[in-house]
Write a protein that binds this ligand. Structure first.
Ligand code: BTN
Length: 257
């Protein structure tokens, strides 16, 4: 597939009835979506960019992909309940959409990376906007490697692309498929069905993991996840409850994508 697979005309034609703000280049779609949220834009609005100059990742990281190579977008949500499940929902929606494209080996690495055969293909950055004590909404930032050239990046063995030589991917149709899954799940935020579907795709339960939490590393068997998304690891003495962090399965911590 060529790099003209993400253009405003195609988005309007393929995803009619949806407010989609396309940017050939922007700092960060999440920053723009948070601004729109504060301005009163409706839930369901999408900000999508072909290139970000200040893309943000989890744990204060940068997210960089050259033009034409990734699907990077942010979805505005104005949930009534269950907003803390938004990241879970994003990973699940992307995983389901990839399965729908016939991609084998799709799994979710806790908490919300999507992987293909253990390599990161998608990262999620949910950001919640409050006004005092009241929830304004949530921005769900999603970045997917479609045809990123990882040669020389140091991520050759840890990152993956959705597109392969025998599986061309159209970014507009990928966005359409993901939005369909997210629209399906949004009314179920906060419900057990969403949690169970996410949990069923986690690929590290029962395996040894290393988790980097700031300065601390927790090593042990990943036992289970709790309803709030926390990961329970069998530590040397006790079970350890992990709520955020970077996890590596059976080897030292690595980042991908
Ligand atoms: C991660 O660290 O894995 C999360 C990466 C999230 C990147 C996406 S790209 C679209 C959206 N805009 C951003 O600035 N970040 C998210």
């Amino acid at each position: 597939m060529h790099i003209h697979d993400l253009l405003p005309e195609r988005l309007a034609e393929q995803i009619p009835g949806r407010i989609i703000r396309f940017h050939a280049q922007i700092g960060s779609t999440n920053t723009e979506a948070l601004r729109l949220l504060r301005e009163g834009a409706p839930g369901g609005t999408v900000v999508v960019a072909d290139r970000q100059t200040a893309g943000r990742g989890r744990l204060d990281r940068r997210w960089h992909s050259p033009s034409g190579s990734a699907l990077m977008f942010s979805l505005l949500l104005r949930p009534q309940a269950g907003y803390s499940d938004a990241g879970m929902m994003a990973a699940l929606g992307v995983a389901e959409a990839l399965e729908g494209f016939g991609v084998p080996g799709v799994g979710i690495k806790w908490p919300n990376d999507v992987q293909i055969d253990g390599r990161k293909v998608c990262g999620v950055l949910p950001e919640v906007e409050w006004q005092g004590d009241s929830l304004v909404g949530v921005v769900l930032g999603i970045g997917i490697n479609v045809r990123v050239d990882f040669n020389g990046s140091g991520l050759e063995w840890t990152a993956a692309n959705v597109e392969t030589s025998d599986r061309p991917i159209d970014r507009t149709l990928l966005l359409k498929a993901i939005l369909a899954r997210l629209d399906h799940w949004t009314p179920h935020l906060g419900e057990r069905t969403l949690f169970e579907a996410w949990r069923a795709r986690l690929n590290m339960l029962g395996r040894m993991v290393n988790i980097q939490q700031g300065e601390m590393t927790v090593t042990g068997m990943a036992l289970r996840v709790e309803r709030d998304g926390a990961l329970i690891v069998e530590g040397e003495q006790d079970e350890v409850r992990v709520i955020a962090g970077d996890i590596a399965i059976g080897r030292p911590t690595v980042q991908g994508g």
